[in-house]
Design a protein around this ligand. Structure first.
Ligand SMILES: Cc1ncc(C[n+]2csc(CCOP(=O)(O)OP(=O)(O)O)c2C)c(N)n1
Ligand SMILES: CC(=O)[C@@H](O)[C@H](O)COP(=O)(O)O
Ligand SMILES: [Mg+2]
Length: 630
């Protein structure tokens, strides 16, 4: 290969080397980085389209700024694969999202070039402002840049950051990476404003109002009007999306081409000379440089393994072809929605991930995508419920954490019939600690009026959804990411509140399991039966109200009770059981052991491996039971 065709990426020793590259070399480097991202994500899975869309932006950032001292903060961080590759993780990038490998999100524990741990959206501006203020107080020689997508910019937290940044007037560069996409097409008035063509309805109305106002000004009004008519083009240029950010006292630059390294670098260089908060509005294409992702950025937002040549998903192992909990939730909600037109569905920018696509198609007037605005989603639902609707808020367990006060203050305190369908409950896998849904039993069960359920399989999920929709108060139903058990579907008779289900009789002790841990517990008990240890297995179904009858039975007739959950032990289902037995003074007669997730964050990796490591799969439950009951 001639020198100009020498691979550049392989020769980079540090991000500093990027600063000396020519434009031609930078564009070649962009190609090499894209190839590596496509190759690794095709085998490991991951956030392909977002990361392909920021390759040139990343190169321009690293050409102008020094990540060893300048704080570059990626919002969500799912789009930062190029950044990881170019800041010391080229050689480990093949371990992306693998157990023990590098994370799919920036993490300071992984690299000193990662300045803030991210994964949940819209934190970068607040964090960046905090770093900018700290830099002033500590007299640090640094620049701070928050790189936030147009989807993430819809969250209230982003505006809380912008609001204070404009007020504090500290040096902070916010780069708005606008690809007009969230996971699905971006929604909301901000999104349409950002991409508004200024001959829009709004512009026409403004011009009409402007003209009638001008005519009222005696003598000079007509002159100004004539001048304005002549300079209409500049009027349009004046009304760029920047008007919103300039109203918040940001210097607005843009919109600029987010794939042109030269102009990007020049503009980023220019920001170094500006005082106070600056917003650079960058237009990019999600999935840039890989046709399948460019054509379907929603599908390629987060993908499993695929064939790079075609973009087609690699064949899933047989078990993976069963319907997922998400599919069954979406299908069941449509069936129930058919019979009850007071049911409405709400998602926070994740219609596909939560399975609401079919409902949105069938009942467009009863479906609402509020954008990445989980707090608003919950209070919006509460408002609807006060008027007699039955809102279903479909949201990942981890993302409902953002709306804790709205659940308490706006829903439970008023005892409103809002149903929270928490997908990705428990271990989610490769997305790691920011995305595991390990806490919802703990952060919901203690709220007065809240009912908490977790189904043993997708068939019971149907019944729990039906139960929730006839209950006159708040209900949460949490279920795992991924495929179900293949159970027969169709039964939607509501459950009795607090009712449990005996899966297997036994004489020696009781295993009380909930949700995704019920079948592994049953399989363990069936194996132990053969070894002479006869254990009763109960599907608890409810974290709240507890299955009290079952607990009294266990305390009265058995010596030992093993409680199994895929949730934090602290404040989880097992805690609730202990509280009840202690309060009823029933602990004298029965020993209790809890299996769940200890006081730590669970790393990323294949979900079943993580569960095995936590002792929550069949063998782990069996081992714990043998030690505990024998
Ligand atoms: C609080 C929160 N809600 C939802 C998500 C799920 N999520 C991850 S990326 C994304 C869309 C982000 O859109 P944008 O910021 O425009 O980035 P892009 O993917 O377009 O690069 C969403 C909804 C999240 N990470 N955090
Ligand atoms: C980055 C982000 O938060 C989402 O893309 C999330 O990774 C989606 O998770 P699922 O893949 O479980 O839908
Ligand atoms: Mg976007």
């Amino acid at each position: 290969m001639t020198s100009q065709e020498e691979p550049i990426l392989a020769g980079l020793a540090s991000p500093e080397d990027i600063r000396g590259l020519s434009l031609t070399q930078l564009n070649r480097l962009a190609r090499e980085v894209r190839e590596l991202i496509i190759s690794v994500v095709s085998t490991n899975g991951g956030h392909l389209a977002p990361s392909l869309g920021t390759v040139e932006l990343t190169l321009a950032l690293l050409k102008v700024f020094d990540p060893s001292k300048d704080k570059i903060i990626w919002d969500v961080g799912h789009q930062a694969y190029a950044y990881k590759i170019l800041t010391g993780r080229r050689d480990s990038f093949h371990t992306l999202r693998a157990r023990g490998g590098i994370s799919g999100f920036p993490r300071p524990v992984e690299s000193s070039f990662d300045h803030f741990a991210v994964g949940h959206s819209s934190t970068s501006i607040s964090a960046g402002l905090g770093m900018a203020v700290a830099g002033d107080i500590l007299d640090k020689d640094q620049k701070v840049l928050s790189i936030i997508g147009d989807g993430s910019m819809t969250a209230g937290l982003a505006f809380e950051g912008l609001n204070q940044a404009g007020d504090l007037d500290r040096d902070l560069v916010v780069v708005l990476n606008d690809n007009e996409m969230s996971i699905a097409k971006n929604v909301g008035a901000l999104s349409s404003f950002l991409s508004s063509n200024l001959s829009s309805r709004w512009m026409v109305r403004f011009k009409k109002d402007f003209e009638s106002f001008m005519r009222q000004i005696p003598r000079i009004g007509d002159d100004i009007l004539n001048y304005a008519r002549k300079s209409e083009e500049s009027l349009k240029n004046f009304f760029t999306p920047g008007i919103l950010f300039e109203a918040l006292k940001f210097n607005y630059i843009g919109p600029v081409d987010g794939h042109n390294i030269t102009s990007l670098s020049r503009i980023l260089e220019q920001t170094k000379t500006l005082q106070g908060p600056v917003l650079v509005h960058v237009m990019t294409r999600k999935g840039k440089g890989y046709k399948p992702a460019e054509e379907n950025p929603t599908f390629y937002h987060g993908v499993g393994c695929f064939e790079p040549e075609t973009g087609l998903a690699r064949k899933k192992p047989d078990g993976e072809c069963l319907p997922s909990y998400t599919d069954v939730f979406g299908r069941t909600l449509c069936e129930l929605g058919e019979k009850d037109d007071s049911i409405v569905a709400i998602t926070a920018a994740m219609p596909e991930g939560t399975g609401l696509g079919a409902f949105a198609e069938r009942f467009p007037e009863r479906f609402f995508d509020v954008g990445i605005c989980e707090q608003h989603a919950v209070t919006f639902a509460a408002g609807m419920a006060t008027q007699g609707l039955k809102p279903v808020v479909a949201i990942y367990s981890t993302f409902l954490q953002r709306s804790y006060d709205q659940v308490v203050h706006d829903v439970c305190l008023q005892n409103l019939p809002v149903t929270f369908c928490l997908d990705r409950g428990g271990i989610v896998g490769e997305d790691g600690p920011t995305h595991h849904g390990n806490f919802d039993f703990s952060y919901l069960r203690h709220i007065p009026n809240m009912i908490c359920m977790a189904p043993k399989d997708e068939a019971e999920l149907q019944r729990m959804l039906a139960t929730a929709l006839v209950h006159p108060g708040p209900v949460s139903v949490r279920y795992p990411r991924g495929v179900g058990t293949g159970a027969d579907l169709g039964e939607t008779a509501p459950l009795d509140m607090g009712s449990s289900e005996v899966m297997k009789e036994g004489t020696h002790g009781v295993i009380l399991a909930i949700g995704s841990r019920v079948y592994p517990a049953l399989e363990a008990a069936l194996e132990m039966e053969k070894d002479g240890l006869s254990l009763r297995v109960v599907n608890a179904r409810f974290v709240k109200p507890l299955p009290l009858q079952e607990l009294r039975e266990a305390a009265a007739n058995y010596k030992g009770l093993l409680v199994v959950e895929e949730n934090a032990l602290a404040g989880g289902f097992g805690s609730a059981v202990l509280e009840f037995l202690a309060d009823e003074d029933l602990l004298q007669g029965v020993r209790v052991k809890r299996l769940g997730i200890g006081d730590f964050f669970v790393e990323h990796g294949p979900p079943q491996e993580l569960r095995q490591n936590l002792g929550l799969c069949k063998n782990g439950i069996k081992k714990a039971a043998m030690e505990f009951f024998q």
